[in-house]
Design a protein around this ligand. Structure first.
Ligand code: S3P
Length: 165
């Protein structure tokens, strides 16, 4: 079994991923953490030193690597499904679950930990709001191709299990 969690930054993919993997006795990998380990740099440093284009190439390669792992829950990055043919790869290789979130909820979560997120690290609250408003509809076009869409507000391991089993 291979489960991909999909959604915008701050939608709770990592937290939920840890819970599901524990419950189902699967391995858990956060794609950003996998990239950081592999390259030996933080996501912020990769963006700042190598640029976003290079990050997206590394991200695609790491996704391909993880797509052959068995019995795993993978929390993807917020941009992962939206570059190259990554969404198709995800659809071909496992079960995908989109954690759908409202702008206001994302904003609350992102204002707290924007420091580790290169795309919003230097933005004010208002600028983050504008960024989410612009990006979410575009990204939703990719996210909504997922096998299952669940409102992040209602999310629980039980609901996920009901959907996929
Ligand atoms: C990104 C989301 C981040 C990380 C990088 C780019 C994006 O992952 O991959 O900062 O493009 O939305 P999280 O969704 O885990 O924060």
């Amino acid at each position: 079994m291979r489960i991909f969690l999909i959604g915008f930054m701050g939608s709770g993919k990592t937290t939920l991923g840890k819970e599901i993997s524990k419950d189902l006795d699967l391995k858990f990998i956060d794609l950003d953490a996998y990239i950081e380990n592999k390259i030996g740099m933080t996501i912020i440093d990769i963006f700042n030193n190598k640029g976003e284009e290079k990050f997206r190439i590394i991200e695609k390669e790491c996704l391909i690597e993880l797509s052959t792992e068995e019995n795993i829950v993978i929390a993807t990055g917020g941009g992962t499904p939206c570059f190259y043919n990554n969404m198709q790869k995800i659809l071909d290789c496992g079960i995908s679950i989109y954690l759908k979130t409202e702008i206001e909820d994302l904003l609350k979560r992102l204002e707290k930990d924007r420091k580790v997120r290169p795309l919003i690290q230097n933005k004010s609250i208002n600028e983050i709001k504008t960024y989410i408003k612009n990006q979410l509809p575009k990204r939703d076009n990719f996210y909504k191709q997922s096998d299952y869409t669940i409102d992040a507000k209602d999310i629980s391991v039980e609901i996920i299990k009901e959907k996929i089993f």
